[in-house]
Ligand binder design. Sequence first.
Ligand code: PMP
Length: 373
Amino acid sequence: MRFDHQAALRPALRGLPGYEPIEPPELIAARYGVAPERIVKLDGNENPYGPSPRALVALAAPYAAHRYPDPDQRRLRDALAARHDVPPACIVAGAGSDELIDLLFRTYVQPGDRVVIASPTFGMYAFDAELHGAQVVDVPLREDWTPDGDALVAAAASARAVFIPSPNNPTGGTLPPGLAERLIDSGALLVVDEAYIEFAHAPSLVERAAAGDPLVVLRTFSKWGGLAGLRIGYGVMPAPVARVLMHVKQPYGVSVAAEVASLASLEDCALLDERACALTGERDRLAAALAALGWLYPAPSEANFLLVRMDRGDALSAREALRRHGVFVRTFNHPRLRRHVRISVGMRADSERLLEALAAIAGELDAEGEVHA
Ligand code: PMP
């Protein structure tokens, strides 16, 4: 008998809905007849400034691309340890924080385990949970997009892990003070995903994670560092957890190029912080300008994006109409987000193009506000 790929498929993978990634901008542009130079890409929460100048110089200089990277990530872990003032033994780097999320599942989550999320949130946690046959326990955010602390703590008591971003993607809010402490004591592993923390006022929990609490803090170079395309992220965690993750991870997950660029970025922290600060200023300016249009309601955000509710049309028709103007924003297949778009913060000129496009499409959108199925 020959191999039957359908029968052999792991049960957890049958009917797996899959993660909905963003499409390459050139493809969308071609579909909508938009010239590539007209694209305003505000759908990926990327950094519009690009990589730091030092990272660009380091990438342009010769480096050992023909050699395998250091499987123990020594230079990178040392540099990150210095940045966060924690021991290198508490750090693990990966190909984006996505790899760290996957690694945590592979290390700690078994089929049937419960994993708590608070939706709407970053889709990768539920995707990985399903991939590993875990049960997703959703404790939805409240009406105002704040977490329901008591319900989360109660759900965590019978869960293996809790995954919460702070700031949350796509809503933009941070964890309220004290909630992390309560979740740390719940019996589950707490994973706080700080992908956007550089744009927030909230303090990072990295020191707490390194101090030995059952807490993993995820960070990335994709947003603050402008290196989304190179895939480099890391986690800060208790040293024994890091030891296991170093053992379980792919030996060469972080490429030499990613290592070179992230090390150079760490020498350019002041500039990257300035850029993050400029982006938060632009975010607040854009939020006010959107609200002034009278039909858009941005949620308060501590990240480099805004979740915007519309009281005309629906998210999909707004996305389509904006695409025809060359402006790309993110929508979500989530029942509470049918009238919301997520807009990444770009340069001031990007905001102007967005505002122009919104003014142009306002009339096209269904003024009755009927939500398409
Ligand atoms: N966590 C959150 C909350 C995110 O929004 C994203 C990216 N969209 C990631 C992690 C993944 O980041 P990376 O590029 O480091 O894999």
